[in-house]
Design a protein around this ligand. Structure first.
Ligand code: CP
Ligand code: NVA
Length: 306
C-alpha cells in the first residue's frame, strides 16, 4: 500500500505513470466513455481548511470512477473538537477505501497515514500541495512546455514552492525561485531537493530577484502571498511583497510564448495582474480542470497498489 504525502516518496517514472493514467481517463471522459475503475469504493475527504478545487475535483472524481466521496469538515467530525488523529485514522480507514486530508501541520497528515489501513492523499498541508503539481505538470505536457522546461516561481516560499522544488528535483527540470527576504523556502526542504536534483539532473536556483528568475523562463508561476492560516499577516505581507507582482512587464522578460500557471485562488493586483491572468486564462483554467483528471489517475493508481 502507498500513501501520497509528498512527491519525495515517488520516482520520476511513477509520477509520469500517474499523470499518464489521468490523461487516459481524461480522454475517455471527453469521448463519453465511463469506466468504473473503483466501483463502490469510498473516499473520505477531511478538510480542516477551505477549498473550491480540491473538494469539487476529488468528490466529482471518485463519483466518476464508480465510487463515493464523503465530505468531512472540521465542523462535521470530532477531529475538529479534539478527538486524536490516531483514533480518527483508525476509525475512518476501517470503513473507507481511501482518505484525502487537507490540514495545517504536515506532521498531522503523517501521523494520520501511519495509523491508516488505507492510502492517504495529501490535499494540501502548510508544507506541500503535491496533487496540484500533478495537474500542473499534466497541463505543461498538454501545452507542449514540459520538455526542457525552465520554470520561474515568483512569490512566497510556501507549500506550492516546496512542491515545485520536489517536482523539479524528481523530474529533472530547471526551477528558478525568487522570494522576498524573510519569505524564503524552508532550508531543510531546499537541501533535500538539491540532493535529489543532483541525481535527476534538475537545477534549482533561489534568489531575491524576480527579474533574474523570470528572464528566459518558459513557464512562469506564482501563488497567493498569504496562504490559508496567514490571514493576520496579510497587510504586512502585501508591503513585503512589493515588486513581486507577475505583470506584463515581468512576463516580457520570460521566453517568447512563455506560459503562466497559477494554482488558484488568485488575488489580482497582488501576486498577479489582471491582464496576465486573463491573458493566460485558457491554460490557468485548464490547469484547474486538470485537478480532476490528474487526481482520478492518482486514485486509480493508489487503489491498484493495495
Ligand atoms: N488550488 C487549490 O488547491 O484550490 P482550492 O484551495 O480551491 O482547493
Ligand atoms: N499556498 C496556498 C495554496 C492554495 C491552494 C495556501 O496554502 O493557501
Amino acid at each position: 500500500m502507498r500513501h501520497f504525502l509528498t512527491l519525495k516518496d515517488f520516482t520520476k517514472e511513477e509520477i509520469l505513470e500517474i499523470i499518464d493514467l489521468g490523461l487516459t481517463i481524461k480522454k475517455d471522459l471527453k469521448n463519453g466513455i465511463h469506466k468504473d475503475y473503483m466501483p463502490k469504493k469510498t473516499l473520505a475527504m477531511i478538510f480542516e481548511k477551505s477549498s473550491t478545487r480540491t473538494r469539487v475535483s476529488f468528490e466529482t472524481g471518485i463519483y466518476q470512477l464508480g465510487g463515493h466521496g464523503l465530505f468531512l469538515s472540521n465542523r462535521d467530525i470530532h477531529l475538529g473538537r479534539g478527538e486524536p488523529v490516531k483514533d480518527t485514522a483508525r476509525v475512518i480507514s476501517s470503513m473507507c477505501d481511501m482518505v484525502m486530508i487537507r490540514t495545517f501541520e504536515h506532521s498531522k497528515l503523517e501521523e494520520f497515514a501511519s495509523y491508516s489501513k488505507v492510502p492517504v492523499i495529501n490535499g494540501l498541508t502548510d508544507s506541500y500541495h503535491p496533487v496540484q503539481l500533478l495537474a500542473d505538470y499534466m497541463t505543461m505536457i498538454e501545452y507542449g512546455v514540459a520538455e526542457g522546461a525552465k520554470v520561474a516561481y515568483v512569490g512566497d516560499g510556501n507549500n506550492m514552492t516546496h512542491s515545485w522544488m520536489m517536482l523539479a528535483a524528481k523530474l529533472g527540470f530547471e526551477l528558478r525561485i525568487a522570494t522576498p527576504v524573510g519569505y524564503e523556502v524552508d532550508s531543510k526542504i531546499l537541501e533535500e531537493t538539491y540532493a535529489l536534483a543532483k541525481i535527476s539532473g534538475g537545477k534549482i536556483f533561489v534568489s531575491n530577484n524576480p527579474q533574474e528568475a523570470i528572464r528566459g523562463a518558459t513557464v512562469v508561476t506564482t501563488d497567493t502571498w498569504a496562504s490559508m492560516g496567514q490571514e493576520d499577516e496579510k497587510e504586512e505581507r502585501i508591503k513585503a511583497f512589493a515588486g513581486y507582482m507577475v505583470d506584463d512587464l515581468m512576463m516580457c522578460l520570460a521566453a517568447k510564448n512563455a506560459q503562466f500557471l497559477h494554482c488558484l485562488p488568485a488575488y489580482r493586483g497582488q501576486e498577479v495582474s489582471d491582464s496576465v491572468l486573463e491573458g493566460h486564462a485558457n491554460i490557468v483554467f485548464d490547469e484547474a480542470e486538470n485537478r480532476l483528471h490528474a487526481q482520478k489517475g492518482l486514485m486509480v493508481w493508489l487503489d491498484r497498489q493495495r
